[in-house]
Design a protein around this ligand. Sequence first.
Ligand code: ATP
Ligand code: SF4
Length: 322
Amino acid sequence: MGKTVLDLKNFNVTYVNKHQRVYAVKNASFKINKGDSLGLVGESGSGKSTLAMALLRLLPLKTTEISGAANFIGKDLVKLSEKELRKIRWKELSAVFQKSMNSFSPVHKIGTQVEDIYRVHEPGAKKKEIFEKFSYLLELVKLSDRVYSSYPHELSGGMLQRVSIAVSLINDPELLVMDEATTALDVVTQGEILDEVVKMEKELDMTRIMITHDMSVVATSCNKVAVIYAGEIMEVGLVKDVLKNPLHPYTKGLLNSFPSLKGENKELQGISGFLPDLSQKYEGCIFSSRCDHVMDICKNKKPKQLKEEGRLLNCHLYGGGN
Ligand code: ATP
Ligand code: SF4
């Protein structure tokens, strides 16, 4: 097992405004080790992007409260000053989003923009050094180094998203967060990019969080999975275990809502009901209103996270109703 890159402990994110508080991430706890690729999966509105944005501290201070601990290679991201954060954000901790391809300026060549980005952390870097480094990354995402002297409008959406991935790696990050980074692309391009990311990761010994609502993305590009529901982590484990034998009722429901990952015909069942109102606090299990296995205890006692069969689980069905 590699060293721990990220250790989340009781991590909370709350959006606050004059009228309400929205408890978007609650008590999230899990670890990511070097070389891991962890898929963070859950239905829309479950808090995936909030968790990523909060880790990068990209949420506005005025309207967000973050608490708990997020130890990232020895530094607590929750406590770092803005000045300390600037030293690591986009360098040790990098990210690529669904809309990253739209963030290039249309009036400058890609190479000029890459040089500006690289020099934020390496002010003295020479053009040649940056070109050589970026050409290597372009090759990893299967693009020619001609891209360097292209304007964004000369590239397709898929190519620009590949460029965004290459840019996110320019400073050799310890941890890369990919937030629905391939979702907007067609299935073939998405598949190609995911294959490249997995190969690249081995070559660069990278660690990744993959935010997605799509289990097939987790199955093809991750070794670990964390399942999140209404801001709470439900199950964490190895992809090969969780996808084959999900233990948490929500994970089972989520997997039943997707076509079989092995291509077998099966009836899609979905999960009846809706996400709860996140501006309310819930005494018991947050999934209780939709769970087929709900018991009396579930309605008034929140399950504690425990280890079972090599996973982390938050459910009273395990651990004897902890
Ligand atoms: P999706 O897959 O649709 O992107 P998600 O799992 O990434 O969803 P988030 O976007 O993190 O979920 O949203 C989590 C919850 O926080 C949702 O209930 C959302 O409505 C709420 N939320 C997001 N941004 C804000 C905000 N700025 N103010 C208040 N509530 C917010
Ligand atoms: Fe279902 Fe109870 Fe487990 Fe929640 S704690 S998932 S309600 S069985």
